[in-house]
Design a protein around this ligand. Structure first.
Ligand code: PPE
Length: 304
């Protein structure tokens, strides 16, 4: 169960957790057109800090632009509301979920007069794929569901309804005894996890999927940047499931999942079956950065 916090920001006001309700005919609940973000706030020696707030708010506004939802707030106002939400709930570390949705108004596919509403909830959320997963790696299964094609939905938007695809894939993977699903694109190349981008390491080169069918992950961009700064060669190129099977190392990235090593895919051990040197190096640097221990990356943190 979710760990409740105290207050939720809804359309400019804080309401009690238990009172953060909407009408059953809320448009997004029926048809799925809405956008959300997932952001993390970490504890540092100088107090709590939100990681890459600007990038997350920018992506939220981009999602709304793609989905043609006009917000009544500016990015600065939403950023301020995010910080306020962490503050009023007095949490040192938390996950932050802004959501923009179409409220009550008309029904039917064409939302003529429905208001564009916004809410921000925060709650404590530990390792998404478990403490053991983040330390020792997880087991993935290639999904029988393909990742969205860009002209079916649109993949640069973090659209609420798109997650039906993720959910079906994740359920299938879990029911087969795996930890997480890996979806291929409609061409058959590796795309991403149900809520994570994927990287592989082969012969010291880091490879990740180009931005066609996958979400432009903020953790993905973070990993690319820190790897380049560490003089690790990074390539954005399509790869097949069998290239993943023979990778030396592989890992998933996401705000919720952070950097989670992959130890097995479809019954095949990846590399030595435990986090490899490149994965470990990037993971440890990532946790130092979000924890405020790396001077060079301070600009990625917004202190609460
Ligand atoms: N792909 C998908 C489909 C995705 O949902 C996420 C984030 C990513 C890639 C990684 O993006 P980023 O967080 O910017 O590095 N998934 C969010 C939702 C997870 C959930 O279960 O809810 C997240 O990680 O917060």
């Amino acid at each position: 169960m979710i760990k409740e916090s105290k207050k939720i920001w809804m359309d400019g006001k804080f309401v009690n957790w238990a009172d953060a309700n909407v009408h059953i005919l809320t448009h997004t609940l029926h048809y799925g057109l809405g956008a959300f973000e997932g952001i993390r706030c970490y504890k540092t020696s100088k107090g709590s800090a939100v990681f890459k707030l600007k990038e997350h708010i920018e992506r939220l506004f981009n999602s709304c632009h793609i989905l043609q939802m006009k917000l009544e707030y500016t990015p600065e106002e939403i950023s301020k509301a995010v910080i306020e939400s962490v503050r009023v709930n007095k949490l040192e570390e938390c996950y932050i979920r802004p959501i923009v949705y179409l409220g009550y108004g008309t029904m039917g596919i064409y939302p003529k007069q429905n208001p564009v509403r916004v809410a921000i909830a925060v709650w404590p959320w530990g390792a998404y794929l478990g403490e053991d997963g983040i330390k020792n790696g997880i087991r993935l299964k290639i999904s029988s569901f393909a990742r969205h094609h860009v002209n079916v939905t649109m993949t640069k938007s973090k659209t609420c309804g798109d997650y039906v695809n993720s959910l079906l894939a994740k359920r299938e993977a879990i029911s087969c005894g795996y930890d997480e699903a890996l979806l291929l694109d409609t061409m058959g190349y590796v795309a991403e996890g149900s809520g994570q981008n994927i990287f592989i390491v082969r012969k010291g080169v880091l490879k990740t999927v180009p931005l066609t069918s996958v979400l432009e992950g903020i953790t993905r961009n973070t990993v690319i940047e820190i790897a380049q700064n560490e003089n690790i060669q990074v390539k954005e190129a399509n790869f097949t499931r069998d290239e993943l099977y023979i990778a030396d190392e592989a890992f998933l990235t996401g705000t919720a999942s952070e950097i989670t090593p992959i130890k097995e895919v479809d019954g095949r051990i990846i590399g030595k079956g435990k986090p490899g040197p490149v994965t470990k190096k990037l993971q440890s640097l990532f946790f130092k950065i979000v924890g405020g221990e790396e001077k060079a990356y301070q600009s990625w943190l917004t202190y609460v």
